[in-house]
Design a protein around this ligand. Sequence first.
Ligand SMILES: [Zn+2]
Length: 284
Amino acid sequence: MDVNPTHGPLYIGDIEIRWLQGGFFHLDGGTMFGPVPKVLWQRRYAVDNDNLIPMCNDPLLVRTGDMNVLIDTGIGNKLNEKLRAIYKVTSSWDVPAQLIAAGLTRHDIDLVLLTHCDFDHAGGILMLTEEGEKELTFPEALHIIHKREWEDVKNPNSRAESTYLPENFDLLETSGRLELVEGETTLCPGITVFHSGGHTRGHQVVEIQSLESTAIHLGDLCPTHAHLNPLWVMAYDNFPLDVIARKEEYLKKYREKDSWFTFYHDPFVRACKLAADGTLTKTW
Ligand SMILES: [Zn+2]
């Protein structure tokens, strides 16, 4: 399977979705497929001799016509050399330049939706400028985070400490650009977030709807197309039984609507549609 060469947008009715380059890294396949035997997952996802699998961290730029919305922010440009080596970062976060290529600047983003606050999703909230100053990457945007997720960012348990990095949030907290939400919230016409939990306590998913078309972004409940089987959870999932229950629920609901399922970490399949038996009927 090749890295998806598609650079064109996916349309959901009148809404346009593009994937921006948020940093490419490599994670251990065992942790990414948790309880699944390697003999099964290696048929579905590329793996190298060090048991590492390739993954992008690509924010979705969602343009409704009135609003420019970003789902998650990529790994950012603040990772030190040690972390870049640990995660084998092979291509850097390039979101501001990619926005310019799409005809926008980082000042044109109206909303940043965080599915959750792990560093690979929240690392681009704050960026280092060429002068080495740290600032909000999207200074005009309202940043939407679930209230429970924010509680865990402020008071992480020992497992979360290494991923809820304070350097990704310190300026956001005092900026007036943070909005905490609970439950189901429609943020603008066509874009709704729901609390899911599962991967983290405050994880949320995003529904995109326009005309008769729908897309569902399950964030890290379903990081790649190889995780569509509800039982294929990650060792990184904090509440795996909740991941399984939510995936079963959302897969049924959105498959029946003939929705697109979109992915953040999958460089091979950006989005897909599913048949009732779970096979991929369309890919993007
Ligand atoms: Zn992730």
